[in-house]
Design a protein around this ligand. Structure first.
Ligand code: OX2
Length: 826
């Protein structure tokens, strides 16, 4: 094993707290100085947006020394660093988090007030960067936070897209409308563009032989310029780097074309280059085979590999790259950066003259791969012709890797038809997940069930051939953002209950709350925090969405990407069924437990049924919320543009969380962890990390329903007929009939016909088969909710037993099982 991982849990239980670096008065002066010299406004002229930029730059300055020291220790020390390669980093707003980790929160509050502003207005002036789609991107953000907080030297490497995930609104028919999100419209104080550390990335052309050596003659190149974001650790005195690449053109402008008045022609090369970092693909868990996407992937991976060599072998023309795997280990976040494997081979062989075997040894030692899915359609497969056109040298290398691989498998005595199934390069296409599995040292899934299913199904042949490569690391979330910043009321109560705030860097300490669940007074305080969070969310929703919410109802939330496998359809059908029951008088007025149901979900722009589901939810919402018969009993809201800010406000206010995917389809889920940590109870299936959450919090504190993976597989095998379930449960039949008969489309029976037809004839994710169990468990949920003390006791036990789901623990597992490294010495 390389690196100096000490073979023990690395959590630093007491890391020196940052000494209060400045007083509030001094910090106010620093903000004034920024206003004057970088914003060029007087304090009197300054708006909240000005103060936001000035305060951000002031806090960034506070982190500079720790950042330089961390960089120097990273290069000079003997601790292997981590390079986290990810096409997405869904960071959320930065200011509050930077203040927390710099130990400046109180100084900021006072300083801003001294300048005549409210701290909240300054924090709100920040525009949220949306450089990710969902769980995969947010996981990357949580991981770099934890790496810095644990003091592990690390780089996040990705792309600074000009346009992040689209902004979502709804039209008058309830349809999703996507608008571009130009998040860089205003000054962005966090990223520092470093023109002096640029890299050249080339594409196209051909491979020729010169003196018996393969030489790639590319056709065009772009300039990759890094934008550096500081990643401050919580109480670790460490600041790591997130380096996001932006694409620039080498040929700004074609002057000849310009002089011919061909203005569009003149800027063509610039447009072509800059297109590469223009936009984030708005796909989640599905593959998009687009040339531009492969360009994006290669662009950031190639620049990052060259950057890592620059960082660790400064100024060396002939570095000894056999030591590279001792300097840094790269984690491939899903298949998006997997082209890095042939790229490192190319760099070693073509640029540094290593022989194939040495290059292969270095490469395999350097890379590891995390798989985030089980959906076969989400595993990227690239047409060989496309790779050949864009990266001809890489295609040759991939072919050779595949030859070597097949020989190796033959050597292991593996049957020809198995080898045939396992081929990385099939002749027409390249399977990136297979390349990653063969070309790296470890493969991990993101929850126990998921890792098991990877071994048993998706990557079974590989697991049989290379059993020791496979491991699991269950996902986690950072408690700094998702408890401390999102839920200050609960954070204070936890600190009061435990008598310390050390839980923020050692989340298993939450276990200390378990005995307090027996203390009715403490449980009531916990309930009061939840009530206050609900009240606060009512205000937030009024401000942001202009809606009125009754806070004396159960807050029941389902927020995540819209995907058939996640089964928002199951939730909305149950809501419709409830609505019908109230309307028909099947339930009496005092039997009804008043609920407010919140949905938040973006659908990929080309995902037809997902978009139709959004439209249905919006129109159910319209009908239900305007019906006097159900007023005060049931309300439904589809909140637009679900993002990190909404999560930080809605999750702490939620009492019941929905994690209702078909068993075997959600790799992990991380929303489920955030809800449990913020004291919501979960209704969920045995899927992804739900399994482990239920194990930790106790089966009696989790509402489980639905088919298991085995039952799902059996039903597929026996032949699944959804119509049977429609006929068998009158509640389901009634709900679907209401969708079909135009109740939610002003009488138009065609509006949802494709959705209804899919439910009744295909229903691939078995929504109908799980409906009865889901509807039945609502009675149990409502019964418990009526006993507020018992409900809150269970919710508190969810908090107390969810410490395992800290991303700090995930990172410790990566250190131990995959990276074999640890924190920097002080
Ligand atoms: C998501 C998975 O769908 C989700 O289950 C998981 O929690 C998250 O990644 C983080 O691991 N794109 N997004 C995902 O997978 C893919 C592919």
């Amino acid at each position: 094993k390389s690196g100096n991982y000490p073979g023990r849990k690395v959590r630093m239980t007491e890391i020196t707290a940052p000494k209060s670096p400045v007083t509030a008065a001094q910090f106010a002066d620093e903000i004034r100085e920024q206003l004057k010299y970088t914003q060029n406004v007087t304090p009197e002229q300054a708006t909240a947006a000005d103060v936001y930029v000035a305060a951000s730059k002031a806090v960034r300055n506070h982190l500079a020394d720790a950042w330089f020291k961390t960089q120097a220790d990273t290069v000079n020390g003997n601790t292997k660093a981590v390079g986290y390669f990810s096409a997405e980093f869904l960071m959320g707003k930065q200011l509050e988090n930077a203040l927390l980790n710099a130990g400046l929160t109180e100084q900021f509050d006072e300083a801003v007030e001294a300048l005549g502003f409210q701290p909240k207005d300054i924090v709100d002036a920040e525009y949220e960067p949306g450089l990710g789609n969902g769980g995969l991107g947010r996981l990357a953000a949580c991981f770099i936070d934890s790496l810095a907080s644990l003091g592990v030297p690390a780089f996040g490497y990705g792309i600074q897209y000009k346009y992040g995930i689209f902004k979502q609104t709804f039209d008058e028919n309830g349809k999703q409308v996507e608008t571009p999100d130009y998040w860089l419209n205003n000054e962005e104080p966090w990223g520092h563009i470093d023109y002096n550390r640029d890299q050249k990335v080339s594409f196209g052309g051909e491979v020729v032989e010169e003196n018996g050596k393969k030489v790639w003659k590319p056709a065009w190149s772009v300039r990759a310029v890094p934008v550096d974001y500081l990643v401050p650790g919580y109480k670790s005195q460490r600041v790591n780097t997130l380096r996001l690449w932006t694409a620039k053109s080498y040929d700004e402008f074609d002057l000849l074309a310009f002089n011919r008045s061909e203005y569009m022609e003149a800027v063509k090369p610039q447009v072509k280059a800059e297109n590469i970092s223009k936009i984030l693909y708005p796909e989640d868990s599905t593959k998009v085979g687009k040339e531009l996407r492969l360009e994006q992937q290669y662009f950031f991976v190639s620049a990052s590999l060259h950057d890592a060599i620059r960082v660790f072998y400064p100024g060396e023309a002939k570095p000894d790259l056999t030591t590279f795997p001792n300097k840094i280990t790269f984690q491939l976040n899903d298949t998006h950066p997997v082209i890095g494997i042939p790229e490192l081979m190319r760099i070693l062989i073509d640029e540094y003259d290593y022989d194939w075997d040495t290059a292969w040894d270095i490469t395999v030692k350097t890379f590891n791969y995390t798989c985030h899915t089980l959906l076969p359609e989400a595993l990227e497969v690239w047409p060989a012709s496309l790779i050949g056109e864009l990266l001809p040298r890489h295609l040759e290398i991939i072919e050779k890797i595949n030859e070597q691989f097949e020989d190796e498998l033959k050597g292991k005595g593996i049957a020809d038809e198995t080898i045939e199934r396992m081929r990385i390069y099939t002749g027409d296409s390249v399977r990136m997940a297979y390349l990653a599995t063969y070309g790296g040292s470890h493969v991990n899934g993101v929850a126990e069930l998921h890792s098991q299913l990877l071994k048993d199904m998706t990557l079974k042949d590989f697991s049989d051939a290379y059993p020791t490569k496979f491991t699991n690391v269950t996902n986690g979330v950072t408690p700094r953002r998702f408890v401390k910043l999102a839920n200050p009321g609960l954070s204070d109560l936890i600190t009061e209950g435990l008598g310390t705030d050390k839980w923020l860097s050692d989340l298993e300490l939450l276990q200390g709350l378990v005995p307090l669940a027996k203390d009715d007074e403490f449980v009531k305080k916990f309930a009061a925090v939840k009530a206050a969070n609900k009240h606060a969310f009512v205000g937030f929703a009024k401000d942001h969405y202009g809606i009125d919410i009754d806070e004396n109802t159960m807050f029941n939330t389902m927020v995540k990407r819209l995907h058939e496998y996640k089964r928002q359809a199951l939730k909305i059908l149950a809501v419709i069924s409830k609505y019908a029951a109230i309307k028909n008088g099947t339930v009496s007025a005092d039997e009804i437990l008043p609920r407010t149901v919140f949905f938040g979900a973006k659908a990929a722009p080309g995902y037809y049924l997902a978009k139709m589901t959004i439209q249905l939810i919006n129109n159910v919402s319209k009908v239900v919320n305007n019906d006097p018969d159900v007023k005060g009993k049931l309300a439904v809201h589809m909140l637009p543009n679900y993002n990190i800010e909404m999560a930080q406000n809605l999750i702490p206010a939620t009492e019941l969380d929905e994690q209702i995917s078909q068993a075997g389809k959600e790799a992990s889920g991380t929303g489920n962890m955030k809800f449990a940590l913020n004291g919501a109870l979960t209704v969920g299936t045995l899927d992804g990390a739900n399994v482990e959450i239920r194990e930790k919090v106790g089966a009696e504190n989790f509402f489980l329903f639905g088919m298991t993976v085995d039952e799902v597989e059996k039903l597929y095998a026996d032949g699944y007929d959804p119509a049977k379930y429609y006929e068998a449960d009158p509640r389901l039949k009634q709900a679907i009939d209401l969708v079909a008969n135009g109740t939610f489309s002003n009488g138009d029976r065609n509006a949802y016909a494709p959705l209804v037809a899919d439910w009744l004839t295909k229903d691939w994710f078995m929504t109908l088969a799980d409906f009865s169990a889901y509807a039945d468990i609502q009675a149990e949920i409502e019964k418990l909710y009526r006993d507020q003390l018992e409900w809150n006791r269970k919710a508190l036990l969810n908090v107390a037993n969810s410490g395992y789901f800290s991303s700090d623990r995930s990172i410790e597992d990566y250190l131990e099982r995959i990276w074999h490294t640890g924190p920097l010495a002080d």
